[in-house]
Design a protein around this ligand. Structure first.
Ligand code: RM4
Ligand code: MN
Ligand code: MN
Length: 425
């Protein structure tokens, strides 16, 4: 029996869900909420899974095997197919080059299509040296003072674009580790200038219908200065690079307490928000499960994302959504499904915000009422809506429960063994 059919069998036992949904539906209708519209929005919402997320993640101190890890791209795509069947929320893969280079792009594309998957933004990697590489990125890549190093990094990005193009991707994400660890080591102006020049050259190599997403991060791996340290620097570079260059916001790439929802709002206002990497963090780029630490922040971010796209004065394009987490302790498939669920929960709560009422309260400067409106939405248990959005597209009412009761990890271990390992960090 196919996984989809097994899911249907499990979904058939759903009396509790039916009861919870009708109860919530009645409550929300009294408030004037269009429940079907929200369920449809959630069913349609799709988030890409990066190819590096399917294996056990590691820290610089160690890595612990989970068993049945995918050891090649084909197996990784297969695992994303499992996640998509169970959740109905993950219809795309984001490839990381060179960790996952397809030997035969058309066969890879076909395999993905047969599982209902497509390829989202491709990611380049100039933060590690690869075997037989002529020049080292030890002192930076696109920012490097040495032109040969910059040219090599530009060439790599160009190859990534070619691979992505063969797979049907429409965007490249550039995240740079470039910077310096000691004061005086690098010249800020020159490194930024080199980076701008290099990005412009990569931009030239993109097909006309492609976009470039420029990611920022305040620190790590460099600890003194990062060339693209914040959204302002990314925004500046995106503006200089071209119309199809955008800023990418990764939730973990901010100093503690940064108001990320404010950043999101400003970028959409300028039509420059291109992509979004979901994760959660307590300290830095922790790459933890979405919604595991700051679910209220995620809700506030979704509020701005939804408001921004509903009031899209600057024609911001549809966003590329991706989970960018690392799975050191949990089974990656389970962890990714928890993240996808948290994303839908936050989105559903944000969709409940009565924007008209909020605007009136804001204009009346009724601070208490503004907070009531947000918290009334946030405190609603929307899980029945999220479950229903999955059932509607043939995915599992409860993905984790389905995954466990169908013993999917054990089946993968039986096929791939305990010691298989995936490429990535
Ligand atoms: C970085 C950044 C990038 C991701 C790498 C693996 O911190 O978040 O998006 O490609 O990690
Ligand atoms: Mn990221
Ligand atoms: Mn990161």
């Amino acid at each position: 029996m196919k996984l989809k059919e097994k899911i249907q069998e499990l979904n058939a036992r759903n009396e509790r869900h039916v009861h919870q949904l009708s109860h919530l539906g009645e409550e929300l209708e009294v408030k004037g909420v269009n429940v079907d519209r929200i369920i449809k929005d959630l069913s349609d919402f799709q988030v890409a899974v990066p190819s590096w997320a399917l294996g056990a993640g590691g820290t610089r101190f160690g890595r612990f095997r989970i068993g049945g890890e995918p050891s090649n791209l084909e197996e990784k795509i297969h695992d994303v197919g499992i996640i998509n069947d169970l959740t109905g929320t993950a219809d795309a893969i984001s490839l990381h080059i060179p960790w996952d280079i397809p030997d035969d792009p058309s066969a890879t594309k076909q395999q993905a299509e047969s599982l209902g998957l497509k390829f989202d933004a491709v990611n380049s990697n100039t933060f590690q040296d690869q075997p037989n590489q002529a020049h080292s990125y030890k002192f930076g890549s696109l920012c490097n003072e040495n032109k040969s190093v910059r040219d090599q990094a530009i060439e790599h990005n160009s190859e990534v674009i070619d691979i992505g193009n063969a797979l049907g991707s429409k965007a490249i994400t550039v995240w740079l580790a470039d910077g310096s660890s000691f004061p005086g080591q690098a010249n800020f102006r020159r490194t930024l200038g080199h980076t701008a020049d290099s990005l412009a050259q990569i931009y030239q190599r993109m097909p006309d219908d492609w976009s470039m997403f420029i990611e920022y991060k305040p620190y790590e791996p460099n600890f003194y200065h990062t060339v693209i340290q914040d959204w302002g620097t990314s925004f500046l570079l995106a503006n200089e690079t071209g119309d199809r260059a955008y800023t990418l916001v990764d939730l973990g790439h901010h100093l503690p307490n940064t108001n990320i929802e404010n950043i999101v709002s400003t970028l959409i206002y300028q039509g420059k928000l291109g992509g979004f990497h979901f994760n959660d963090s307590k300290y830095g780029d922790d790459d933890l499960t979405v919604g595991s630490i700051k679910p209220y922040q995620l809700f506030l971010i979704f509020n701005e994302l939804i408001y921004g796209m509903n009031n899209n004065v600057a024609d911001n394009p549809a966003l590329a959504w991706m989970i960018d987490a690392s799975h050191n302790l949990k089974d990656p498939i389970e962890d990714l499904m928890q993240s996808l669920d948290a994303i839908l929960v936050a989105r559903a709560k944000a969709l409940l915000i009565d924007q008209e009422k909020l605007k009136v309260a804001q204009l009346n400067q009724d601070v208490v009422e503004c907070q009531q409106i947000l918290q009334d939405a946030y405190r609603t248990d929307v899980r029945p809506l999220v479950a229903e959005s999955r059932i509607k597209v043939g995915a599992a009412l409860d993905p984790i429960h389905a995954y466990r009761s169908l013993e999917i990890r054990n089946n993968l271990i039986a096929k791939r063994g305990m010691d298989s390992s995936a490429s990535g960090l």
